[in-house]
Design a binder for this molecule. Structure first.
Ligand code: RB5
Length: 150
């Protein structure tokens, strides 16, 4: 798979080590920054990854900030993006199986490297189960359409 990843200054160190890990799992990685501890605004980096997914250049996205919360709030404003802020492996699995999340958001100040690896591996290796979950995800996307332009 092709994975787009970005972080703000709160997440760039974790992002850098996850890039190598994601590659080691056999994926291609598009690293969209940031690449230093200089302060940046997380919505700018959420935008880079979400546009990559919207344009179908990448299959899934990963966003890292201090908590994962700001990145998920920003990412969920983009049409077609279902971003899940995740701190545990079970939620990582369910975000794919049940919610068809296409962007994973994690907090570098919340979880350590090893938990981040497990979460990312789980997110990348699980698929949407569709079935009864399809109807629910369709309803989420219908809400997005109904509120477009409001
Ligand atoms: C930056 O200090 C911090 O606010 C950001 O990384 C993130 O945690 C926001 O949700």
């Amino acid at each position: 798979m092709k994975i787009a990843i970005a972080a703000d200054h709160g997440g760039f160190e974790l992002k850098d080590s996850m890039v190598e890990y994601i590659k080691s799992l056999g994926n291609e990685v598009v690293d969209l920054g940031t690449n230093s501890a200089d302060s940046v605004d997380y919505p700018d980096y959420a935008k880079k990854v979400c546009e990559e997914i919207q344009q179908e250049n990448s299959d899934l996205g990963i966003l890292i900030c201090g908590t994962g919360i700001g990145m998920s709030l920003a990412a969920n404003k983009f049409e077609g993006i279902r971003a899940a802020c995740v701190s545990d492996v079970y939620s990582a699995k369910m975000s794919r199986n049940h919610n068809n999340a296409n962007v994973l958001c994690i907090g570098a100040r919340v979880i350590g490297d090893e938990v981040a690896k497990l979460i990312i591996k789980t997110f990348l290796e699980n698929e949407f189960e569709a079935g009864r979950h399809q109807r629910r995800v369709d309803k989420i996307m219908a809400i997005e359409k109904e509120n477009k332009g409001l």
